[in-house]
Design a protein around this ligand. Structure first.
Ligand code: NAI
Length: 221
């Protein structure tokens, strides 16, 4: 169980609910039944009812879910009704791509600072944020009330930087470096590994191909 007694599995599904509800709002839909939401999201209606009942049941019999209310409540649970100040350590390809993605701001994630060790990058401005050297990292974190640090540096450098971040009071690390970080219990790490996602995709496409090949063999016999 995660905070507020909600299981991790449910929490992992919430961003998807949030995205669909946001789209419904954009379409001007005010209320939706679990059946209709189920059709759109391709999740069973009972799963939707079970998931959303965790939050005190926003649905009403015969009325369905109030889209705006549910959207706002899920936003609050995910903590995206508030502003989160974020820094990016490692301002190479990936770091700059994250900084350039304007949509994070809409969700309340504000890139306050970018850092690097490469003198060629220091001083460069990405979407209004200047890349700085790492010497004053700790002061910057305290002065700018930074909560989240994205780590987009080589894995060999990540542990040392993570230790500095933790010592400076960072409680959330968005880790793209291919290494498992050793941090205290009160620091949360979200690992993002695109290559692992690709490997899962590769597994699924290969299994599908193998299955098809097996079927063809059987029909040819
Ligand atoms: P990159 O080489 O373009 O950028 C890395 C940057 O980190 C460089 O500018 C470098 O100067 C800087 N750096 C190195 N040591 C540093 C330190 N101690 N403090 C601050 N900055 C430091 O590489 P790219 O493509 O942006 O990838 C960055 C990292 O993310 C790599 O380790 C890569 O393996 C990983 N990666 C992870 C992905 C994922 O899905 N998790 C996807 C793509 C890359």
């Amino acid at each position: 169980m995660e905070g507020k007694g909600i299981s991790r599995a449910v929490i992992e599904r919430l961003p998807r609910y949030y995205r669909y509800l946001g789209e419904l709002l954009e379409e001007g839909v005010e209320r939706i039944s679990s059946g209709e939401l189920s059709r759109r999201m391709r999740v069973t209606a009972s799963q939707i009812r079970q998931d959303l009942n965790n939050f005190g049941g926003f649905g009403q019999q015969g009325y369905g879910y109030n889209v705006k209310y549910l959207y706002d409540e899920i936003g609050k649970i995910l903590g995206i009704d508030r502003q989160h100040n974020l820094i990016i350590i490692g301002s190479g390809n990936l770091g700059q791509a994250i900084a350039n993605y304007a949509n994070f701001e809409r969700r309340g994630f504000i890139v306050k600072g970018m850092f690097d060790v490469n003198p060629k990058l220091i001083g460069k401005v990405v979407r209004g944020v200047e890349i700085m050297g790492v010497e004053n990292l700790e002061d910057f974190i305290v002065e700018n009330d930074v909560q989240i640090a994205a780590l987009t540096i080589p894995k060999t450098k990540a542990p040392e930087i993570a230790d500095r971040l933790v010592a400076a009071g960072i409680k959330a690390i968005w880790n793209f470096a291919h290494i498992d970080l050793d941090v205290p219990d009160d620091v949360v790490v979200e690992n993002v590994h695109l290559s692992e996602s690709l490997m899962r995709l590769s597994y699924r496409v290969c299994s599908m191909q193998d299955q098809k090949a097996g079927e063809i063999k059987r029909t040819q016999k």
